[in-house]
Design a protein around this ligand. Sequence first.
Ligand code: UDP
Ligand code: LCN
Length: 795
Amino acid sequence: MLKELRQALSDHRELVYLLLRRYQSLGRPFLLRSDVKDHYLAMLAERDMEDEEDSPLARLMEDIQELAIAWPVVALALRPRVGRTYYLSLHADDLTLEPMDVSHFLAFKERLVIPALAEQHPLVFDIGAFNRNVPRMRESRSIGQGVSFLNRKLSSELFDQQGRGLTQLLRFLREHRCQGEQLMLNDRIADVDSLRKAIREAIRVLRKSPAETPWKAHAHRLQDLGFEVGWGGDASRAIDTLQLLSELLEAPSPDTLERFLARIPMIFSLLILSPHGFFGQDNVLGRPDTGGQVVYILDQVRALEREMRQRLVEQGLDIHPNILVVTRLLPDAQGTTCDQAEEPIRGTRNARILRVPFRSSDGEILPSWISRFEIWPYLERFADDAETRVLAELGGRPDLIVGNYSDGNLVATLLANRLHVTQCNIAHALEKTKYLYSDLYWQDNEPQYHFSCQFTADLIAMNAADFIITSTFQEIAGTDYSIGQYESYGQFTLPDLYRVVNGVDVFDPRFNIVSPGADAEVYYAYTNSERRLSGLHTELEEMLFGGPSEDARGVLADPEKPVVFSMARLDHIKNITGLLTWYAQNPRLREQANLVLIAGHVDSSQSDDREEREQIARMHALFDEHGLDEQVRWLGVRLDKTLSGELYRFIADRRGIFVQPALFEAFGLTVIESMVSGLPTFATQYGGPLEIIEHGHSGFHIDPNHGEQAAELISEFFTRCADEPDYWQQISDAGMQRVADRYTWDRYAERMMTLSRIYGFWKYVTDLERSETRRYLQMFYSLQYRRLAEQIQGH
Ligand code: UDP
Ligand code: LCN
């Protein structure tokens, strides 16, 4: 490989040298993939040369993910395939190319940021040293399919270890209890051979009666044999479960193992953590820091409760699942319910939100909302208080703890550690890749964002989790061209703080892609006439096409035109102002369609968020500058779900479209909501929508950095719709189908419950081996995280 690259450099000496000079002349120490490639292609064009796609030089240029320049030395990060990066140094004078180890590469970058580093031998974080015995996947395509890999691994181990694996399984089956009652196996079965015999006997007993005979009818006899409740509600289900176990004892296969573990009643109570922000059921969407995460969790809880209940019934247990969502109590709740200590979750039997206040170091309760970037000093005390509250509420520990976002995942780590419970992380959005150079220039961002704390919390929580759920593949490992959100934690440095040579490995089997859905009660096809909420249409008509109103700007002069619709929080990253600019600057599109935007507030005095106020000012400036008041309607309102559900459909009735113009979108719930409603959807190519939508089939990708092209694509779509009457329908149908196939909460809940059992078993069999990792992470927490959190002012 290296030989080939050296040959390529020597074959193109002049070109490479001039190219390096060109990079240097840009005067920037770091260049991204796009800069490197653009200048390379420009140089070829200037010299009338073709890019020979398969030549070693072209491949090298294609693989460069990043360049760092300390002239005459250039350090290169090459990423030839997803999840694999290696480093080289290239000397511009003689074009010598040498491999560089990751630590040297990071040190090289550190010196470019801070030439006089105070600490020449910084703290190095290396989790790899602890993961030697953890099985790793090898193929990029396996990333995010951790559970399949683990099933293969576990099933072969059950067989391999001269019976040790099966004995572990037997012990595991004796572990299960609920409310003091023994489940599955009692200690009458001493070893695997007795288990085999007992299974045969139990099946014989159960077969004597009709399939639907309840377990209770045979409970005494089966208990004598060693079996407790949990195998199935009736004889047929119990026989089936016993046969699965028998198959496992005979010849374990990954599929049988998964099906068997999926049936074990292990999860009765669930703790979900989402500490920051306004977490409630009404009037919270669109507030700073609350958006998709709140929607996601509430829908998730409903789906999980259904799934948990169904599984318990099938296994013959009369137990109500218990789900708690623990969040922050906000005394200054601004008209929401966030000041209430407890709130039942609608659409569930027994799930509720518990709210625990943030307290400062002197024990004072924090009254007001603070941004997610400021909350780090409060989390440890929050975890302590939450623990007491949860234990009292559940009468014991939960069976699974699910963290959400960086803060929730850190609290989940603290609690799962103390309570010895399986931990699942959900990131929703990792901030690291959202902000360019947020690691290298962390010190510049520290006063505003405290990324040092957040990234430290992320590293700890990622490595502590038993399993991690992501919404997309790209969240873990990016694409061929861009690095994944988790992948970006693999190797990085916070100059003058610490260096990470192995932060997280995307080939780790703990990663699983389990995508969320859109609430099927609320978001469904515009064609579903029986369920349409036509009673809302007058209100929607007035909202979109009505006259002036205090929370709107713009009155649409021609309501007959189709609507280009977007709805999001008014954050910089959501780029609603970008969409307004593209529309404003494309006369053909302005002619073809109206633009309707639901975002933020029209009156900036109603916003207490600095970033939102900036965006509001920009919106007004664009309206003024481009004279948009007759073609654009901007609504500064927060819609409840029922209304927004009908709104998507209302716009679909009028052959409109939805646009998601974000600079980056981790997943994008609005994208699947609009698609399932039947709106042709145009969404950013940066992040989740790249996977959700198949370009040109179930919607379209747009590049938010090339707004004029995006506007052209949208305009082209309307032109084509005018020429081909079926075109709108075609894209609309394919979008609805895509969501039905891939993004549903039923599927999510089924996967999540299966994963929690398999990883629970995995944790059980590997627990001892992982104590070193736990200790390392605890040390990092105590010595690094706590210090950084304490430095945040005002706590
Ligand atoms: N949403 C809403 N009303 C609003 C603004 C947003 O119901 O006024 C909902 C929207 O329907 C979606 C969620 O908030 O369910 C936003 O989630 P998404 O994943 O698109 O973005 P996030 O805000 O999490 O970045
Ligand atoms: C956070 C985001 O930024 C969105 O992209 C996701 O859809 C949302 O959380 C739910 O996971």
